[in-house]
Design a protein around this ligand. Structure first.
Ligand code: FE2
Length: 235
């Protein structure tokens, strides 16, 4: 969780009223909480709307039986997907930086050999029956989501990427794609480089670092800031 969204639990433990010390302490706590809010506001004011990207032709025609947020383990099958197991998590936020709770987050990507779980993918790359190919989850109270998947791999014409569709409750689906920092193919990826605004383009490119959770080898954080058009209809 970013510092600007962290709550100071100590602020709720107000001291007994009456004593000067208690009053000072309370004032300090309140100022501390206010400082946290102001810091948050400043950070949030700098939020960059996430760039919209095309949905692409490979959103699943039929959803897999297992649709959870762990794409590397398919229910009822032994073993794990081919590829480097990677956790991707982040926050879904509105333009003011407030969390969007209960938003549906879906991802899909090619398997570790470079093939989509889709009948229209004519790639000669092998199928991986141990890779779910698609997953979905809901954001929690903090607007947070989490997936365990594989590090995306390149396929002809595209840099490694993960497709995202984010649908706030009562809102419209928003599509984007997450890329991997340091990938040489990023420089030639037509869709990534179609994002003209540099900050928006860079926000789609996520560093993947060694994971500290023990559930994966790599981990990355991809926050998604939705614009008003996606939020119409409420949350
Ligand atoms: Fe794709």
């Amino acid at each position: 969780m970013p510092d600007h969204l962290r709550c100071d639990a100590s602020a709720s433990a107000l001291p007994q009223p009456g004593s000067l010390t208690a009053t000072r302490r309370r004032r300090r706590l309140l100022l501390g909480a206010l400082g946290t809010l102001l810091t948050g506001t400043q950070a949030l004011a700098a939020s960059t709307l996430t760039a919209q990207q095309m949905q692409g032709p490979f959103y699943p025609v039929t959803l897999p039986l297992d649709q959870d947020n762990d794409l590397v383990q398919v229910a009822g099958r032994r073993g794990r997907a081919h590829g480097v197991i990677t956790e991707v998590s982040g926050l879904v936020l509105d333009p003011a930086g407030q969390p969007i709770r209960g938003a549906r987050v879906e991802i899909w990507q090619v398997n570790g050999f470079g093939r989509y779980h889709h009948p229209d993918d004519a790639s000669p790359a092998p199928v991986d029956p141990l890779f779910q190919g698609f997953g979905r989850t809901l954001t929690d109270e903090r607007g947070a989501y989490h997936f365990r998947t594989i590090r995306p791999v390149a396929y002809p014409g595209r840099a490694p990427h993960i497709h995202f569709a984010v649908t706030p409750a009562g809102g419209l689906p928003f599509h984007t794609q997450m890329y991997v920092a340091g990938e040489p193919a990023n420089g030639g990826d037509v869709l990534l480089n179609a994002v003209v605004d540099r900050r928006q383009r860079e926000a789609l490119v996520v560093p993947l670092r060694p994971s500290a959770t023990g559930n994966s080898r790599l981990a990355g954080r991809f926050d998604i800031v939705l614009g008003p058009a996606s939020l119409q209809g409420g949350r």
